[in-house]
Write a protein that binds this ligand. Structure first.
Ligand SMILES: *[C@@H]1O[C@H](CO)[C@@H](O)[C@H](O)[C@H]1NC(C)=O
Ligand SMILES: *[C@@H]1O[C@H](CO)[C@@H](O)[C@H](O)[C@H]1NC(C)=O
Ligand SMILES: *[C@@H]1O[C@H](CO)[C@@H](O)[C@H](O)[C@H]1NC(C)=O
Ligand SMILES: *[C@@H]1O[C@H](CO)[C@@H](O)[C@H](O)[C@H]1NC(C)=O
Ligand SMILES: *[C@@H]1O[C@H](CO)[C@@H](O)[C@H](O)[C@H]1NC(C)=O
Ligand SMILES: *[C@@H]1O[C@H](CO)[C@@H](O)[C@H](O)[C@H]1NC(C)=O
Length: 343
């Protein structure tokens, strides 16, 4: 296989030109989607406040489910199905984290997040879970604040994690005072969402701006969590956060089908010592290739003056050649100038 594609294509998924019509959408939902809360009244109420425990997978997923539901009408003018809702990217990513064991306690103390223990538990020691907290709690609370949830700002409260509570804000007022820039980026996005003159591309632009600023902030606070992981997994996490900036620059449309297709390229399990792309036997070619592209992007990102972010039309040449019995693999990635597809 050899591909010669713009790097945006590689990440954005030029591999699959499949049409949305070919899917039964409910097969693409994250794990436990159907069983998660779909409206605020599915959560506990205390003193007139909805109480959400974001350290339980289904409850955190429920925040996304409500967001996807409450924002559906803003995407209907574009295509008459919620498949085009750009919020899908977040719950799908969270579902991948859950399915691949990334929300569990990374220090392997059996219990939180493990099949043998409390499998819905989200560990506060998980780097992935903490990064995702900022990409679930903040967009959700900002949505409440913007009025699209139909409740007032003081009617919802998130429960704190068992430790390190000061890293996490729990309600709208504390998130606004602790993370004013991030909350205001999400507020700007919701203003554009509610403005009928915004185009799909405008929405993607403001969505990604809020997303990137959220991750930039969170990756600084939680850097130390990466020490709990194997070297390849920690590096993959770092490479992944760099790659997200590129997805943002390319305005990757985080709709249901596009995200689902893209996620087929992400590691289906945690990386362990000895895993080295593109030689990971139990990964598909696409998964091995995505790991290579991510490490390439991180290298480029680290070399001053070479950032690709500023030029989305730059091409890279990727080829992955397997021997007859998978006994050897040749690969190569470098800058290039043509866009064509070979097989
Ligand atoms: C889609 O999948 C769901 C669950 O797998 C099933 O219940 C439903 O009948 C399917 N719908 C279609 C149109 O195939
Ligand atoms: C949103 O949720 C409500 C209540 O669960 C449901 O009736 C409605 O069909 C949902 N809308 C969309 C677009 O999913
Ligand atoms: C928000 O949470 C903080 C603690 O994080 C608490 O002191 C404050 O009373 C809460 N505000 C509301 C309106 O619930
Ligand atoms: C992450 O990127 C670095 C630098 O480009 C590379 O050395 C490393 O192998 C990558 N890690 C993974 C797991 O892909
Ligand atoms: C982007 O890269 C392409 C191909 O290398 C080049 O032709 C173009 O001038 C560059 N654009 C900018 C804005 O640097
Ligand atoms: C892309 O890489 C492959 C394998 O290294 C090489 O054979 C091919 O000539 C390259 N294409 C271009 C346009 O450089």
């Amino acid at each position: 296989m050899a591909f010669l594609l713009p790097w945006t294509c590689v990440l954005v998924g030029c591999f699959s030109a499949s049409l949305a019509g070919a899917y039964n959408f409910s097969d693409l939902y994250p794990p436990l989607w159907e069983k998660s809360p779909g409206q605020l009244s599915d959560y506990r109420v205390e003193n007139g406040k909805y109480l959400i425990d974001p350290w339980i997978y289904s409850e955190r997923l429920g925040m996304y489910k409500i967001l996807v539901n409450k924002t559906a009408s803003y995407f209907e003018s574009i295509v008459a199905s919620n498949e085009q809702n750009i919020f899908w990217g977040l719950p799908l990513q969270h579902g991948w984290q859950y399915r691949t064991g990334r929300l569990a306690d990374p220090r392997g103390r059996k219990g939180c997040g493990y099949e043998s223990g409390d499998h819905l538990c989200i560990s506060v020691d998980s780097w992935w879970a903490d990064m995702n907290y900022f990409l679930s709690a903040l967009p959700f609370l900002a949505a409440v604040d913007s009025g699209i949830m139909g409740i007032s700002s003081d009617q919802v409260m998130l429960l704190p994690p068992p430790k390190d509570q000061t890293n996490f804000c729990l309600n709208i007022s504390s998130c606004q005072s602790s993370f004013p820039e991030i909350m205001s980026k999400w507020n700007v996005f919701y203003q554009h969402l509610q403005d009928p003159s915004s185009s799909f591309e405008d929405l993607l632009k403001y969505f990604w701006a809020a997303h990137v600023s959220t991750l930039e902030y969170a990756s600084k606070i939680f850097e130390d969590r990466l020490e709990y992981y194997s070297k390849p997994e920690a590096n993959f996490g770092r490479n992944w956060s760099v790659a997200v900036k590129y997805l943002a620059a390319a305005l990757f449309p985080t709709t249901l089908v596009r995200t689902y297709e893209f996620q087929k390229g992400l590691p289906p399990r945690m990386l362990v010592n000895g895993d080295r792309a593109p030689f990971i036997h139990d990964f598909t070619d696409f998964q091995n290739m995505v790991l290579l592209v991510l490490s390439f992007l991180r290298q480029v990102d680290n070399s001053p003056g070479k950032s690709l972010v500023s030029n989305t039309s730059k091409k890279i040449n990727i080829s992955l050649n397997k021997g007859r019995n998978n006994d050897f693999i040749r690969y190569r990635i470098h800058h290039n100038t043509y866009c064509q597809r070979k097989s």
